[in-house]
Design a protein around this ligand. Sequence first.
Ligand code: UTP
Length: 301
Amino acid sequence: MAICTAVLPVAGLGTRFLPITKSIPKEMLPVVDQPLIQYVVEEAWSAGIEQVVLVSSRGKTSLEDHFDSNAELESALDAKGKQESLAAVRGLTPPDGRTICAVRQHAPLGLGHAVLCARAIVGNNPFAVLLPDDLIWTGDSAPGVLSQLVEQFEKSASSVVAVMEVEQSQTCLYGVIDPFDSEIDSRERLIKAKGLVEKPKPDSAPSNLAVVGRYILTPEIFNFLSTGNKGAGGEIQLTDAICALLAQQSVYGYRFEGVRFDCGDKAGYQMANIALSLERPDMREQLIPFIKEQLLNYSAE
Ligand code: UTP
Protein backbone atom coordinates (compact mmCIF):
# COMPACT_ATOMS: atom_id res chain seq x y z
CA MET A 1 0.00 0.00 0.00
CA ALA A 2 1.35 3.45 -0.96
CA ILE A 3 2.17 6.07 1.64
CA CYS A 4 0.06 9.08 0.63
CA THR A 5 -0.17 11.16 3.80
CA ALA A 6 2.56 12.77 5.89
CA VAL A 7 1.86 14.25 9.30
CA LEU A 8 4.11 17.13 10.39
CA PRO A 9 3.68 18.01 14.07
CA VAL A 10 4.45 21.72 14.45
CA ALA A 11 2.44 22.63 17.54
CA GLY A 12 5.26 22.54 20.11
CA LEU A 13 6.19 25.60 22.16
CA GLY A 14 9.84 25.60 21.12
CA THR A 15 10.96 26.67 24.60
CA ARG A 16 14.63 25.90 23.92
CA PHE A 17 14.63 28.72 21.37
CA LEU A 18 12.98 31.41 23.49
CA PRO A 19 12.81 34.35 23.18
CA ILE A 20 12.70 34.11 19.34
CA THR A 21 9.92 31.49 19.48
CA LYS A 22 7.65 33.80 21.47
CA SER A 23 6.43 35.28 18.18
CA ILE A 24 8.11 33.18 15.45
CA PRO A 25 7.39 29.45 15.18
CA LYS A 26 10.52 27.33 15.59
CA GLU A 27 9.66 25.61 12.31
CA MET A 28 9.96 28.99 10.50
CA LEU A 29 13.57 29.53 11.62
CA PRO A 30 15.80 29.65 8.54
CA VAL A 31 18.61 27.32 7.66
CA VAL A 32 20.48 29.41 5.09
CA ASP A 33 17.45 30.88 3.28
CA GLN A 34 14.70 28.30 3.78
CA PRO A 35 12.63 27.74 6.91
CA LEU A 36 12.99 24.34 8.58
CA ILE A 37 9.46 23.39 7.54
CA GLN A 38 10.34 23.76 3.85
CA TYR A 39 13.06 21.10 4.06
CA VAL A 40 10.62 18.48 5.36
CA VAL A 41 7.75 19.43 3.06
CA GLU A 42 10.09 19.11 0.05
CA GLU A 43 11.35 15.77 1.42
CA ALA A 44 7.71 14.63 1.63
CA TRP A 45 6.87 15.66 -1.95
CA SER A 46 9.94 13.93 -3.30
CA ALA A 47 8.90 10.72 -1.50
CA GLY A 48 5.57 10.76 -3.41
CA ILE A 49 3.42 12.10 -0.56
CA GLU A 50 0.11 13.50 -1.82
CA GLN A 51 -1.17 15.15 1.32
CA VAL A 52 0.80 16.97 4.01
CA VAL A 53 -1.01 17.53 7.30
CA LEU A 54 0.41 20.22 9.55
CA VAL A 55 -0.58 19.69 13.18
CA SER A 56 -0.46 23.31 14.13
CA SER A 57 -1.40 25.62 16.98
CA ARG A 58 -2.27 29.19 17.82
CA GLY A 59 0.09 31.79 16.33
CA LYS A 60 1.49 29.49 13.65
CA THR A 61 -0.47 30.51 10.54
CA SER A 62 2.81 31.70 8.93
CA LEU A 63 3.56 28.01 8.31
CA GLU A 64 0.49 27.62 6.08
CA ASP A 65 1.09 31.03 4.47
CA HIS A 66 4.59 29.97 3.47
CA PHE A 67 3.14 27.37 1.07
CA ASP A 68 0.30 29.56 -0.22
CA SER A 69 0.52 31.67 -3.38
CA ASN A 70 1.03 35.43 -2.97
CA ALA A 71 -0.22 37.20 -6.10
CA GLU A 72 0.97 40.64 -5.02
CA LEU A 73 4.53 39.49 -4.32
CA GLU A 74 4.62 37.43 -7.53
CA SER A 75 3.55 40.34 -9.76
CA ALA A 76 6.03 42.68 -8.03
CA LEU A 77 8.88 40.23 -8.65
CA ASP A 78 7.73 39.75 -12.24
CA ALA A 79 7.60 43.52 -12.86
CA LYS A 80 11.16 43.88 -11.52
CA GLY A 81 12.37 41.03 -13.75
CA LYS A 82 13.44 38.98 -10.70
CA GLN A 83 12.71 35.66 -12.39
CA GLU A 84 14.85 33.53 -10.09
CA SER A 85 13.11 34.82 -6.95
CA LEU A 86 9.75 34.45 -8.68
CA ALA A 87 10.47 30.80 -9.47
CA ALA A 88 11.55 30.20 -5.85
CA VAL A 89 8.30 31.73 -4.53
CA ARG A 90 6.11 29.88 -7.03
CA GLY A 91 7.90 26.61 -6.25
CA LEU A 92 6.55 26.72 -2.70
CA THR A 93 2.95 25.93 -3.59
CA PRO A 94 2.20 22.19 -3.61
CA PRO A 95 2.84 20.44 -6.93
CA ASP A 96 -0.24 19.56 -9.03
CA GLY A 97 -2.55 17.12 -7.31
CA ARG A 98 -0.86 17.51 -3.89
CA THR A 99 -2.31 19.38 -0.92
CA ILE A 100 -1.28 20.87 2.40
CA CYS A 101 -3.88 21.14 5.13
CA ALA A 102 -3.75 21.96 8.81
CA VAL A 103 -5.41 20.69 11.96
CA ARG A 104 -5.05 22.22 15.38
CA GLN A 105 -3.61 20.71 18.52
CA HIS A 106 -5.36 22.83 21.11
CA ALA A 107 -2.77 22.23 23.85
CA PRO A 108 0.81 20.91 23.60
CA LEU A 109 0.05 17.54 25.19
CA GLY A 110 3.00 15.79 23.53
CA LEU A 111 4.22 14.50 20.19
CA GLY A 112 2.00 11.40 20.39
CA HIS A 113 -1.05 13.56 21.01
CA ALA A 114 -0.10 15.80 18.06
CA VAL A 115 0.00 12.75 15.76
CA LEU A 116 -3.38 11.61 17.14
CA CYS A 117 -4.87 14.98 16.12
CA ALA A 118 -4.39 13.94 12.45
CA ARG A 119 -6.27 10.64 12.84
CA ALA A 120 -9.46 11.69 11.02
CA ILE A 121 -7.46 12.86 8.00
CA VAL A 122 -5.10 9.88 7.90
CA GLY A 123 -7.92 7.32 8.20
CA ASN A 124 -7.17 3.62 8.20
CA ASN A 125 -3.98 3.91 6.15
CA PRO A 126 -0.26 3.69 6.84
CA PHE A 127 1.26 7.18 6.99
CA ALA A 128 4.48 9.09 7.50
CA VAL A 129 5.52 11.39 10.34
CA LEU A 130 8.29 13.94 9.84
CA LEU A 131 9.63 16.23 12.56
CA PRO A 132 10.85 19.53 11.10
CA ASP A 133 13.43 19.92 13.90
CA ASP A 134 15.37 17.04 12.40
CA LEU A 135 16.96 18.30 9.22
CA ILE A 136 18.49 15.32 7.45
CA TRP A 137 20.78 16.29 4.63
CA THR A 138 21.36 13.79 1.85
CA GLY A 139 22.51 16.20 -0.89
CA ASP A 140 22.93 14.43 -4.21
CA SER A 141 24.37 11.29 -2.63
CA ALA A 142 21.08 9.59 -1.67
CA PRO A 143 17.32 10.07 -1.92
CA GLY A 144 15.64 11.92 0.96
CA VAL A 145 15.23 9.92 4.16
CA LEU A 146 11.48 9.59 3.76
CA SER A 147 12.01 8.07 0.29
CA GLN A 148 14.44 5.61 1.90
CA LEU A 149 11.82 4.62 4.50
CA VAL A 150 9.05 4.32 1.88
CA GLU A 151 11.22 1.87 -0.06
CA GLN A 152 11.62 -0.25 3.09
CA PHE A 153 7.91 -0.10 3.88
CA GLU A 154 7.10 -1.30 0.37
CA LYS A 155 9.18 -4.43 1.06
CA SER A 156 8.12 -5.16 4.64
CA ALA A 157 4.58 -3.63 4.93
CA SER A 158 5.54 -2.90 8.56
CA SER A 159 6.18 0.25 10.54
CA VAL A 160 9.69 1.55 10.04
CA VAL A 161 11.49 4.31 11.96
CA ALA A 162 14.67 6.15 11.03
CA VAL A 163 17.61 5.27 13.29
CA MET A 164 21.20 6.43 13.50
CA GLU A 165 24.20 5.32 15.51
CA VAL A 166 25.04 7.65 18.40
CA GLU A 167 27.90 7.66 20.92
CA GLN A 168 27.08 5.29 23.78
CA SER A 169 27.22 8.29 26.16
CA GLN A 170 24.37 9.93 24.17
CA THR A 171 21.76 7.15 24.43
CA CYS A 172 20.10 8.98 27.34
CA LEU A 173 18.97 11.69 24.90
CA TYR A 174 16.99 9.44 22.52
CA GLY A 175 14.56 6.59 22.10
CA VAL A 176 16.82 3.58 21.46
CA ILE A 177 16.01 0.39 19.54
CA ASP A 178 16.31 -2.97 21.27
CA PRO A 179 17.27 -5.15 18.28
CA PHE A 180 15.65 -8.54 17.74
CA ASP A 181 19.04 -10.10 16.92
CA SER A 182 21.67 -9.50 19.57
CA GLU A 183 24.41 -9.39 16.91
CA ILE A 184 23.82 -6.70 14.29
CA ASP A 185 26.01 -6.61 11.23
CA SER A 186 27.32 -3.02 10.92
CA ARG A 187 26.51 -3.08 7.18
CA GLU A 188 22.90 -4.05 7.79
CA ARG A 189 20.51 -1.13 7.40
CA LEU A 190 17.12 -2.70 8.22
CA ILE A 191 16.99 -3.87 11.83
CA LYS A 192 14.01 -5.67 13.33
CA ALA A 193 13.12 -4.26 16.75
CA LYS A 194 12.21 -6.29 19.82
CA GLY A 195 11.61 -3.16 21.87
CA LEU A 196 12.16 0.56 22.10
CA VAL A 197 13.59 2.13 25.25
CA GLU A 198 13.13 5.82 25.95
CA LYS A 199 16.32 7.63 27.00
CA PRO A 200 18.24 4.66 28.46
CA LYS A 201 21.35 5.27 30.55
CA PRO A 202 24.49 4.42 28.54
CA ASP A 203 25.30 1.33 30.64
CA SER A 204 21.82 -0.17 30.23
CA ALA A 205 21.09 0.88 26.63
CA PRO A 206 20.10 -2.14 24.46
CA SER A 207 22.01 -0.63 21.48
CA ASN A 208 23.32 2.69 20.26
CA LEU A 209 20.70 2.96 17.50
CA ALA A 210 18.72 6.10 18.23
CA VAL A 211 15.34 6.95 16.71
CA VAL A 212 15.19 10.32 14.92
CA GLY A 213 12.29 12.27 13.43
CA ARG A 214 11.13 10.20 10.46
CA TYR A 215 8.59 7.40 10.81
CA ILE A 216 6.25 5.29 8.72
CA LEU A 217 3.51 3.92 10.92
CA THR A 218 0.60 1.58 10.43
CA PRO A 219 -2.81 3.03 11.45
CA GLU A 220 -3.04 0.67 14.49
CA ILE A 221 -0.72 3.18 16.22
CA PHE A 222 -3.81 5.36 16.79
CA ASN A 223 -5.31 2.67 19.08
CA PHE A 224 -2.38 3.15 21.45
CA LEU A 225 -2.19 6.93 21.12
CA SER A 226 -5.87 7.27 21.98
CA THR A 227 -5.60 5.52 25.36
CA GLY A 228 -4.58 8.88 26.83
CA ASN A 229 -1.71 7.21 28.74
CA LYS A 230 0.88 9.78 29.67
CA GLY A 231 4.59 9.08 29.61
CA ALA A 232 7.75 11.12 30.19
CA GLY A 233 7.08 14.76 31.10
CA GLY A 234 3.36 14.00 31.60
CA GLU A 235 2.96 14.02 27.78
CA ILE A 236 1.38 11.50 25.39
CA GLN A 237 4.53 10.07 23.82
CA LEU A 238 4.85 8.59 20.35
CA THR A 239 7.66 6.33 21.58
CA ASP A 240 5.35 4.67 24.15
CA ALA A 241 2.73 3.99 21.45
CA ILE A 242 5.38 2.46 19.14
CA CYS A 243 6.47 0.25 22.05
CA ALA A 244 2.90 -0.96 22.49
CA LEU A 245 2.53 -1.51 18.73
CA LEU A 246 5.64 -3.69 18.82
CA ALA A 247 3.83 -6.25 20.95
CA GLN A 248 1.34 -6.81 18.08
CA GLN A 249 3.22 -6.06 14.87
CA SER A 250 6.74 -5.99 13.49
CA VAL A 251 8.54 -2.66 13.69
CA TYR A 252 11.86 -2.03 11.99
CA GLY A 253 14.59 0.55 12.46
CA TYR A 254 16.24 1.74 9.27
CA ARG A 255 19.79 3.03 9.42
CA PHE A 256 19.37 5.82 6.88
CA GLU A 257 21.90 7.44 4.59
CA GLY A 258 22.32 11.14 5.37
CA VAL A 259 23.55 13.59 7.99
CA ARG A 260 21.10 14.59 10.68
CA PHE A 261 21.13 18.00 12.37
CA ASP A 262 19.14 18.46 15.57
CA CYS A 263 17.67 21.86 14.81
CA GLY A 264 15.57 21.79 17.98
CA ASP A 265 18.82 22.49 19.79
CA LYS A 266 20.71 25.79 19.42
CA ALA A 267 24.11 24.25 18.70
CA GLY A 268 22.65 21.69 16.25
CA TYR A 269 20.76 24.47 14.49
CA GLN A 270 23.95 26.51 14.02
CA MET A 271 25.76 23.39 12.74
CA ALA A 272 23.05 22.95 10.10
CA ASN A 273 23.50 26.56 9.00
CA ILE A 274 27.27 26.22 8.73
CA ALA A 275 27.15 22.88 6.91
CA LEU A 276 24.43 23.86 4.44
CA SER A 277 25.98 27.29 3.77
CA LEU A 278 29.20 25.53 2.84
CA GLU A 279 27.20 23.43 0.36
CA ARG A 280 26.31 26.64 -1.51
CA PRO A 281 28.92 27.53 -4.14
CA ASP A 282 27.92 31.24 -3.93
CA MET A 283 28.68 31.40 -0.18
CA ARG A 284 31.52 28.92 0.22
CA GLU A 285 34.23 31.23 -1.11
CA GLN A 286 33.51 33.89 1.49
CA LEU A 287 32.79 31.52 4.34
CA ILE A 288 35.84 29.24 4.27
CA PRO A 289 38.47 31.95 4.98
CA PHE A 290 36.17 33.48 7.61
CA ILE A 291 35.65 30.17 9.43
CA LYS A 292 39.38 29.37 9.28
CA GLU A 293 40.18 32.76 10.82
CA GLN A 294 37.63 32.23 13.59
CA LEU A 295 39.10 28.82 14.36
CA LEU A 296 42.59 30.31 14.60
CA ASN A 297 41.31 32.91 17.07
CA TYR A 298 39.84 30.17 19.24
CA SER A 299 42.81 27.83 19.08
CA ALA A 300 45.03 30.78 20.13
CA GLU A 301 43.02 31.19 23.37
P1 UTP B 1 10.00 19.01 20.86
O1 UTP B 1 10.14 17.87 21.76
O2 UTP B 1 11.24 19.54 20.22
O3 UTP B 1 9.22 20.16 21.60
O4 UTP B 1 8.98 18.57 19.73
P2 UTP B 1 9.06 21.68 21.22
O5 UTP B 1 7.94 22.25 21.99
O6 UTP B 1 8.95 21.86 19.74
O7 UTP B 1 10.44 22.36 21.65
P3 UTP B 1 11.11 22.61 23.10
O8 UTP B 1 11.61 21.25 23.57
O9 UTP B 1 10.10 23.22 24.01
O10 UTP B 1 12.24 23.53 22.78
C1 UTP B 1 9.32 17.81 18.59
C2 UTP B 1 8.30 18.09 17.49
O11 UTP B 1 6.98 17.76 17.96
C3 UTP B 1 6.11 18.88 17.87
C4 UTP B 1 7.02 20.09 17.85
O12 UTP B 1 6.39 21.18 17.18
C5 UTP B 1 8.24 19.58 17.10
O13 UTP B 1 8.07 19.64 15.69
N1 UTP B 1 5.19 18.85 19.03
C6 UTP B 1 5.66 18.61 20.28
C7 UTP B 1 3.84 19.07 18.82
O14 UTP B 1 3.38 19.29 17.67
N2 UTP B 1 3.01 19.04 19.89
C8 UTP B 1 3.45 18.81 21.14
O15 UTP B 1 2.62 18.78 22.08
C9 UTP B 1 4.81 18.57 21.34
